[in-house]
Write a new protein. Structure first.
Length: 569
């Protein structure tokens, strides 16, 4: 008999611990939802807080309704890293009972709101693993700023959600927790790296998820699972205590960002968090109060970016974007094509900054027999390849295929000297200036893009799609602007199929290796019924305006009879 490895031992122990947490829940949580449970689940955030503060809705009723959905979501999608519900139900829980007392308590802005937290965000007494088995059995000694703020506001932290190792990848899967699947189709991914939170939200197991976003980690899962998410400007949302995938990286910052099942809940949550003065919890937060914005009667100027210079959007994603543009035009808005500075070039700069240590920061915690996301694995192989081999490979790629984009990424990802790193920061800052100059020159209010060229991809295919497919989300992190994603439609096997013999077409032949790899897994028949979203981009510190812009888009779709209807799980 061979001894079990520490990696496998710790993975087994962590999964057993999670199962014990689930087994400790009341038997009623494994039953179907009652009519009353469904009424609780249908309450908006504003309504739930009002009823909980008024004493007409108890904490136990909220926990039971959402607890049932949490249990069923875990069974269907494997989205949980840890279950905190037992703590929430105990007398030690810092939540209100839901019953009035003789001594009135001050109103709490998020009273009774169920919030799930991405595994990388510290909660005192619980592991913050970031998907690595080497980080188990090391419970955090303090809670992140957002956790402390939420509890002071009366919210209930009831779960931590799964991530891929190092928060890097297109699929949320790890040896530690297993694979998280898409609620709409279990053979497809839920996105990454906030894939667990997106799956839980779409399954109605939470009202709000707190994720993090360094390259689309909130927006790609929102796109995959048919929910709402918005990446905030660095410094607007409390992020202290959210462990980054790349420790010490400041060149492309990580922002904590919330997600929700309904746009009204996302906006209301944002407002109430800012009204809690988050700068008193996190010194990195800018003391900027919430500002009321009304775009209802304004005719706006929208710029559309059709593709990133790496690959064109798939038929399903293009149709979603076209649907939004047509709806806006019918409402009298102006829509123009917007050509920003080359996105692929800036994305290459951003990746080099993220991996300026050749990935040592995210690969070092991996144990010998620990598996990672196929896209991360492919990146690891490239990063560890000798530089002279990468140079030769890039040269042959250019000479034989003319694929300059693939060649540029191949030869650029290597360990950087301090001088090279500083030069990249200069290049990033120059691009930021060019981006905003181009925006200003066109007089734009907002920019629209697809969140990703593909809908949710089949599990295990991330190596073909690659991390380089994430340019349209990561560009927002590079320029540090606000960007939100909202669901628009579902993949339709008849409307979104590729033309027959597409791989023989000139369009396919003109794609580089990255685009061809991604398109090799696109199948409208298999993807039928998966959600598809659009991305709304605004300026820095314009969270209020972007949320309003998302409402304008949703209203325009509703007026055209095209409003997205999520599946009820």
């Amino acid at each position: 008999m061979f001894p079990i490895s520490p990696h496998r031992r710790d993975c087994a122990a962590k999964q057993q611990e999670r199962q014990r947490q689930l087994d400790a829940l009341p038997d009623s949580f494994s039953e179907g939802c009652t009519e009353h449970d469904n009424r609780v689940l249908d309450l908006s955030l504003r309504e739930l807080v009002h009823d909980h503060e008024a004493g007409t809705l108890s904490t136990s009723a909220i926990l039971q309704a959402y607890g049932k959905k949490l249990v069923s979501a875990q069974k269907a999608t494997n989205c949980l890293a840890a279950v905190l519900l037992e703590e929430s139900m105990s007398s030690k829980s810092p939540t209100r009972s839901g019953h009035k007392s003789s001594t009135p308590e001050p109103a709490r802005l998020l009273s009774g709101v169920l919030v799930s937290i991405k595994d990388c965000i510290e909660v005192e007494g619980y592991d913050t693993t970031i998907g690595y088995s080497s980080r188990t059995n090391k419970p955090s000694t303090s809670s992140a700023a957002i956790v402390r703020l939420l509890r002071d506001a009366g919210a209930i932290i009831h779960a931590k959600t799964t991530t891929p190792p190092g928060l890097i990848g297109l699929e949320t899967s790890s040896d530690l927790f297993g694979r998280t699947s898409n609620p709409y189709n279990a053979t497809f991914v839920s996105g990454a790296s906030t894939g667990g939170g997106a799956a839980l939200l779409a399954s109605r197991g939470s009202l709000i998820e707190i994720g993090t976003d360094i390259g689309g980690s909130v927006r790609w899962p929102a796109h995959c699972c048919g929910i709402y998410g918005m990446r905030s400007t660095i410094g607007r949302f409390p992020s202290l205590g959210a462990l980054p995938p790349l420790p010490g990286l400041e060149f492309v910052g990580t922002s904590c960002s919330p997600m929700a099942r309904r746009l009204e809940d996302l906006e209301e949550f944002w407002k109430r968090v800012v009204d809690m003065n988050p700068w008193n919890y996190d010194y990195t937060c800018v003391p900027l109060p919430w500002r009321t914005v009304d775009l209802e009667d304004r005719k706006l100027r929208w710029g559309v970016v059709w593709e990133d210079g790496i690959m064109p959007p798939s038929p399903a994603c293009r149709r979603a974007l076209e649907t939004v543009l047509n709806a806006l035009k019918k409402q009298g808005h102006e829509v123009i094509n917007f050509t920003p500075p080359p996105i692929a070039e800036a994305f290459c700069v951003g990746l080099q900054l993220c991996f300026s240590d050749a990935g040592a920061g995210c690969f070092k915690p991996l144990r010998k027999d620990e598996k990672v996301d196929p896209a991360m694995s492919a990146s690891k192989s490239l990063l560890e390849m000798p530089l002279f081999v990468k140079k030769l490979l890039a040269m042959f790629t250019r000479s034989l295929t003319g694929d300059d984009v693939s060649a540029s990424f191949t030869e650029s990802l290597h360990t950087k000297t301090a001088a090279e790193e500083r030069a990249l920061v200069v290049a990033r800052d120059q691009y930021r200036a060019q981006w905003y100059d181009a925006w200003e020159a066109e007089g734009l209010d907002f920019v629209l893009t697809v969140p990703h060229p593909m809908p949710a991809i089949p599990t295990g295919t991330a190596e073909k799609v690659t991390l380089i497919s994430a340019a349209l989300t990561m560009i927002c992190n590079i320029v540090d602007c606000v960007a939100g994603v909202l669901p628009v439609t579902l993949v339709n096997k008849d409307l979104d199929a590729l033309p027959r013999d597409f791989q023989k077409s000139d369009e396919f032949k003109q794609m580089g290796a990255i685009g061809k790899g991604a398109y090799s897994i696109y199948d409208a028949d298999a993807m039928h019924g998966l959600p598809v979203g659009v991305q709304v981009i605004g300026r820095r510190f314009e969270e209020e305006r972007v949320l309003q812009a998302m409402k304008v888009v949703e209203h325009a779709l509703e007026e055209c009879g095209k409003k997205f209807t999520p599946r009820v799980f």
